[in-house]
Design a binder for this molecule. Structure first.
Ligand SMILES: [Zn+2]
Length: 290
């Protein structure tokens, strides 16, 4: 169901016009804009980052491996999912993978910046896209699964976002989260990406539970690459003024293949039930409480 962000009326029509107060979200570039005041700027990502990101992520081991992990989590913990919302869908790389693997699932994607959405709509024509602020989600009891992949760390009010996502899920619905982990890995790369924080395990699990979820799975990933991450961060730390974030994505093809292989090995371990204690990122699978 939809929630009017103006009068809080709950309704379930295909149309967005609120039957109670007549409020209608703006349309920007043909996209429903629920938070138009943030559409062309604000916090989070720099919009010029999207065009470069879109090109680099399709090749990069990290985005490809994270897609495999997400797809596995979805099929394992909610195999009967019919509806999926990705919050902070960026250029639509995750949704494009889901559209191929689960063509029967109704896909939606939201993003605070229009710049990301223009790439996403071209990449995944079958999905429904909207401009939205994750702190004010215009849905209640609507989705089987909601994913937020490396999004929460951009938002000061992460607890508000988690409780909004809880509200937008159906009872028994599943939340899939990935977040960057370990405060001691904080670097120029986090600053460039406008991260507010990196998470510790206890902090993120506590916040997810407080928002009304039961945690089904919590594991680190990118564990095997931790030494490489530390080395790269140490080198960058010595040279922070010249930091170019795209360099992290531009990677030698032999290394790219080896890193992908390493992450697939890690995923095999996760599939077997191993929860890694350390790693550059954390995956959380949580179920909305009854
Ligand atoms: Zn209304």
């Amino acid at each position: 169901m939809k929630v009017c962000l103006l009068c809080k009326h709950i309704f379930s029509f295909d149309e967005w016009t609120c039957p109670s107060c007549g409020h209608q979200p703006k349309r920007l570039n043909g996209i429903e804009a629920h938070a138009p005041e943030f559409a062309n700027g604000g916090g989070g990502f720099k919009s010029e980052y999207f065009s470069e990101l879109s090109r680099l992520e399709a090749e990069n081991f990290w985005f490809r491996a994270r897609n495999e992990l997400i797809l596995w989590a979805l099929k394992t913990y909610k195999p009967d999912a019919r509806t999926f919302l990705e919050v902070g869908c960026g250029t639509g790389f995750v949704l494009s993978g889901l559209a191929r693997a689960c063509p029967e699932m109704a896909l939606s994607g939201s993003e605070i910046f229009l710049a990301g959405l223009s790439h996403a709509t071209k990449r995944v024509p079958s999905a429904n896209f909207m401009q939205m602020d994750a702190r004010r989600v215009p849905f209640v009891d609507e989705f089987d699964v909601i994913g937020a992949f490396d999004v929460l760390e951009h938002i000061e009010e992460d607890e508000v976002v988690l409780s909004q996502l809880n509200g937008a899920l159906k009872v028994g619905g599943i939340l899939l989260l990935t977040v960057p982990q370990h405060t001691w890995l904080w670097s120029a790369s986090d600053e460039y990406a406008c991260h507010v924080r990196r998470y510790g395990r206890v902090e993120i699990e506590k916040k997810v539970v407080a928002a009304g979820f039961e945690i089904l799975r919590s594991s680190s990933f990118v564990a095997g690459l931790l030494p490489a991450m530390l080395l790269s961060r140490w080198l960058m730390g010595r040279n922070a003024k010249n930091f170019n974030p795209a360099d992290e994505l531009k990677i030698n093809s032999v290394l790219n293949k080896s890193f992908y292989g390493l992450m697939m090995l890690e995923l095999a371990g996760i599939k077997l039930g191993i929860n890694y204690p350390v790693g550059g990122s954390r995956l959380i699978v949580a179920k909305k409480n009854d």
